[in-house]
Design a protein around this ligand. Sequence first.
Ligand SMILES: Cc1ncc(COP(=O)(O)O)c(C=O)c1O
Length: 378
Amino acid sequence: MIDRQAWAEVDLSAIRRNVRRLVALAGGESGLCAVVKADAYGHGAAPVARACLEAGATSLAVAMVDEGLALRAAGVVAPILVMGYTGPEGAGRAVAGGLSVAAVSVENARMIAAQAELRGRIARLHLKVDTGMSRLGVPASEAAAAATAIVSTPGAMLEGVFSHFADADDAGSDFSRIQLERFNEATAAIEAAGVRGFARHIANSSAYIRIPASRLDMGRVGIAVYGLGATGLGSDGPALVPAMALKARVTQVRTLPIGDSVGYGRTFVARRASRIGTLPLGYADGVTRGLSNRGWVGFPSGRAPIVGTVCMDQFMVDLTDLPDEGEGSTATLFGPGGPSAGELAELLGTIDYEIISSVSVRVPRIYLDSRLEEEEPC
Ligand SMILES: Cc1ncc(COP(=O)(O)O)c(C=O)c1O
């Protein structure tokens, strides 16, 4: 039994509706690979993966082998791509688990294929091509040679060729067009070298929505599935619904006289008689110390500022102006009724991706199903 004084609500019908809208954008021309790495950006990998597949996602992507195997252990049989680097130990387990794996170089591909051969299996590889991210992959100019080497490697099959955009969320930048051009040239060169039958994919959420030509055989869509990441999409993007809200109940209220301080370092001192409420979430739950004396939470009757320094497991809010709120009142840290994940991100100088994926495993996820998609057809 979980003592649910703090929890994250995840609306699976919001996920399904977002996926349906995203799938509809491509009109059947491209697949949608739902990116469920980092525990589905904090939402819970297995339930989110199932919701995405139900709504029309054609495959899933994770960052590392163990994430893919956890989905297999949860009974997910859909294709799963491991997008990050896989070493020898992970390679064997990935192949045994039926995962597709990124090959970041010819040596990496050969190593994964050797592990597959040891098990009498074929490694399903996606060659990573670096078109400008400078993170992983072979240079675009070497893609054809790398692909040719991979298809002649025993135990290897070239299932895909992929790349990643560096700033697709910046509508004012021209770099995605340049990256797409480099990628298309690289895949054309691979085909010209006689290698065929692989899937081409480069688009993340922003590119998938904003740049139809980048969808190719499939988009690897993450943040949009969760209803966030609107940067650069303007009002032309599909109406997406944020799927997660972080909530907690006030565990205790203290009345302070003028001059009393709150929390570590005494960074807040009451300038008036104050009602201070304690909420059972802290930086170990993903509520960063950066919100100390800066952020706010939403209550049914209004906003309460965060006062004092955020502790590891708790933080305090000023309830003086909200006489209707007290012990047991529910605060929204982000989500409807509180700041949005995007607003929090802006306050903290980060991105909404970090806000949602930072909600730690200690916070129980509660799955809701508001049947949004049935009420509002796409
Ligand atoms: C290689 C790769 N592809 C796709 C994605 C999905 O990106 P987004 O969440 O912006 O859709 C990510 C996420 O960071 C990624 O690393």
